[in-house]
Design a protein around this ligand. Sequence first.
Ligand code: EPZ
Length: 414
Amino acid sequence: MQGTIRVSGAKNAALPAMAACLLSAEPVTLENVPDVRDLQTTRKLLESMGVEADCGSGRMRHRVTLKAGQIQHSEAPYELVKTMRASTLVLGPLLARTGFARVSLPGGCAIGARPIDLHLKGLEKLGASITQEHGYVIARAERLRGARYVFDRITVTGTEDVLMAATLAEGETILENCAREPEVVDLADLLTRMGARIEGAGTPTIRVEGVSSLHGAQHKIIPDRIEAGTFILAGLITGGELEVAHCHPPHLQALLDRLQESGATLEVKADAVRVKPGPPLVSVDATTEEHPGFATDLQAQYMALMTQAQGAAVITETIFENRFMHAQELNRMGANVKIEGNRAIVRGPAPLMGAAVQASDLRASASLVIAALAAEGETIIDRIYHLDRGYERLEEKLKSVGGAVRRLGQLIRS
Ligand code: EPZ
């Protein structure tokens, strides 16, 4: 592939940012919001609560203004939460703003059980009383009070949920063992613009001085590091010269380190990464960890590239218990991946052939697209609604740089 792909705003920063609008009665305007299904779902959820959403269209479709003047329904129904577990991000803001929240428990999902017990424990520490009835979490609090809370394990949306609640709690809150993801930092930036008093976002300890109310704000969402990483890997597996623009390379350091170790020729600029042709890559191990470690959301896409590297790469998944479903699909295309518990041994180079394969989750789908771009012959990827949740106009972006990709209903043909 040859040319330049522009990265969209980060889905996983826009989701909590949209939930944060519930904390204020004044309008919050977000720029650089990606036009993806999960955010459309979030907008519908917020509108069902009484939030006024003013979305741009055409060239302005990446801007949305949300005004939670009156919250009529402090509820997140099962019908919406089952399609997007990140809906639980409304729990903390609803509780802090209205003193009540009724949110469906998210079911499990393909990649793991993904409970929200640590979100609930944090909110209880802030004084919420929480019960579970008929598959819903019912949370009540007259007024949340600041407290010290240590997360049993690092959780990204858990940190975001409790952080948002703490901004309106009375007094000081100290959160420890917090997630350090850039999306957490971006949320803290937005909350600070809204008048919250937060220190330490991006470090394991976040200190919040509660305030009585938050005002409106404008905020530009950070670039999507996972989308950027996905395109860098697609550029490498297909050869050619590809510029992945409008990204923030420091957010991708763990991936870039491994790619440089594998012999990839990358030019890292201030807001872009340029992939250049180079010698065949050598296999390099990767272990997923919380940020700033190697992102679990890039594991599947990295595996696709390692099927073409020389040697054996050991990929260890430490965040989720079942995040190797793409491996069997890659093997159907000719890859040589052996799964042993939470480790995948990827031997290469294994020439890939087009095949009919099936997507299982958002990032597994991206892995199959990357493999399909390098495979000989045509690949049909079924269930690509997974892709549409987190990648904006993926096939157009890839086609614009020479990727032979076509969408056929729920299929992508490449
Ligand atoms: C966020 O999910 C991301 N989603 C995920 O991206 C990402 O894979 C994940 O963080 C890890 O980086 C959003 O930000 C919307 P966690 P989240 O809570 O917050 C366990 C994508 O592809 N845990 O950090 O749900 C949990 O089971 C998605 O865009 C508990 O046990 O992940 C997991 O094993 C997929 N109890 C681990 O912690 C809890 O209360 C990390 O999960 C919460 C989490």
